[in-house]
Design a protein around this ligand. Structure first.
Ligand code: HEM
Length: 459
């Protein structure tokens, strides 16, 4: 399906009478809905469905449109009248660069997608298998029975290492991956703060947290420059994403500029590590909270491997229950919990008028927990993804990687590593939360547990 081939229902045929979306209730004079959105964003976004399919929100003086049904989130993502833009993306651009695929639009975006796509194609993933296996088993070997695992740093570490080692292969990538972990963890914390509390010049004051953030951001950019320079100096051209970027040509057939190469590497590493890391944290939480599913994963791995060898990349497609555990964890705790678009022209959505320049938001978290789409919507039930039951789920009610031209290029890559990591850790250990652990949801750029601390108990 192409983006151009899909139009939201009401835009087909004769021009319908367009309505103004209703204003969501509960706004405070002068402040609108901003305070509620900042205080409890997940509950706020989930309640919007009670006010309409498309609703208007007031964020200070600004009107923002929220989409609350699966069908209309699909229509939004697939409609070329909406592009990537808005406050979320503007803050991202300022921090991680303007020329990467995640923030580009139009012909540049299409060209950039063509460059990176081959590295993520289904048939490219098996080449990453040995690294994914090494990292998944390496994780279980780092952990000692009885010790306390800090799941935040461990999940981050494995996610960054897999992305960096698979996509930017290089001799000293181990050391780079470690430095990337440290830099990215600090950058993400600071980025979210700057997005939700836009204090502008105050972030330039030489205060310790600002200095720490600036140092981490500078180190991230320096590291990316080092990775690119080392690859060039090596004269090697392995078949990987970095080679594809270094050899890419622009619309005029000229090599793309240094800044674009740099921003592309950043634009791939940053979404690639935070999302996977947060999902791994939730998977570890699920294994601790639902030992019956952890046991079932373990039994499934044994039935596939025969019990005599560690789980391998080649087993992943046979691990259907493990895969369903991953999908169900992503349904209830989607790493990407909010998405935004901007209308490029006066347009419509679900019969509602959307003016040019309007910002539109929607929450995969709210959509994936909607009781209208899911029976037992808040229950962790991996079996709802069995083929005979999965057909009950409405279209676009489960799209953690989004759809359309901005769909995550890494869906196969991510699912393979998440399934393999889950299988590897669940086979070796049972997990218990220890005192001091806090698995309530922390809302940031992604959703993750506040501070998940687990004790691994050997099986
Ligand atoms: C875009 C989710 C892992 C690279 C996206 C989008 C979503 C998403 C929802 C679309 C954003 C939008 O529609 O506005 C996820 C989830 C992941 C994951 C849930 C794992 C659990 C990764 C990884 C990489 C990656 C591992 C790279 C190594 C990207 C890039 C884009 C993107 C480059 C921008 C695509 C574009 O704008 O054309 N991701 N992602 N993601 N993701 Fe992922």
């Amino acid at each position: 399906m192409t983006v151009e081939s899909v139009k939201s229902e009401a835009s087909a045929g004769e021009a319908p009478e367009l309505r103004e979306p209703p204003l969501a209730g509960g706004g405070v004079p002068g402040l609108g809905h901003g305070l509620k959105l900042v205080r409890d964003p997940l509950a706020f976004m989930s309640r919007l469905r009670d006010h309409g399919d498309v609703v208007r929100l007031k964020l200070g003086p600004k009107t923002v449109y929220a989409v609350t049904t699966p069908e209309l989130t699909g229509a939004l993502a697939l409609n070329p009248n909406f592009k990537i833009d808005g406050p979320l993306w503007e803050s991202l651009e300022g921090l991680v660069g303007k020329e990467g695929v995640a923030t580009a639009n139009g012909p540049r975006h299409r060209r950039q997608r063509r460059t990176i796509q081959p590295a993520f194609r289904l048939d490219a993933i098996p080449a990453y298998g040995p690294i994914m296996e090494e990292e998944a088993h390496g994780l279980t070997e780092r952990w000692q029975p009885g010790e306390t695992i800090d799941c935040t740093s461990e999940s981050f570490r494995v996610a960054v290492r897999i992305a960096a080692r698979c996509l930017l292969r290089g001799a000293s990538m181990d050391e780079h991956a470690e430095r990337l972990c440290v830099a990215l963890a600090t950058v993400f914390r600071g980025m979210y703060r700057r997005m939700v509390v836009p204090l502008g010049p105050l972030y330039n004051l030489p205060l310790p947290p600002n200095r720490k953030f600036n140092r981490a951001l500078a180190d991230l950019h320096l590291l990316v420059d080092e990775i690119v320079a080392e690859r060039r100096a090596s004269g090697q051209k392995p078949d990987d994403l970095l080679t594809a970027l270094l050899e890419a040509k622009d619309e005029n057939g000229e090599p793309i500029g240094e800044q674009e190469i740099h921003d592309q590497v950043v634009a791939i590493l940053t979404p690639g590590s935070e999302t996977v890391a947060s999902t791994i944290m939730w998977l570890l939480q699920v294994l601790a909270e639902h030992p019956e599913h952890a046991d079932k994963v373990c039994a499934e791995v044994a039935s596939v491997t025969g019990g005599g060898r560690p789980v391998a990349f080649g087993d992943v497609r046979k691990l259907t229950h493990t895969n369903n555990v991953v999908v169900e964890a992503m349904r209830l705790r989607p790493a990407v919990w909010i998405l935004t678009r901007r209308a490029v022209t006066d347009t419509e959505l679900g019969g509602y008028r959307i003016p040019a320049g309007a910002d539109i938001i929607y929450s995969p978290y709210a959509i994936q927990r909607d009781p209208k789409s899911y029976e037992g919507n808040l229950e962790f039930d991996p079996d709802r993804w069995l083929p005979e039951r999965a057909t009950d789920v409405p279209k676009y009610a489960m799209n953690p990687f989004s759809v359309g031209n901005r769909k995550c290029p890494s869906d196969h890559f991510s699912m393979a590593q998440l399934t393999l990591v889950t299988a590897a850790v669940a086979t070796k250990y049972r997990f218990e939360q220890v005192s001091g652990s806090n698995d309530t949801t922390r809302v940031g750029i992604t959703l993750r547990p506040h501070r998940l601390l687990l004790r691994p108990v050997p099986r």
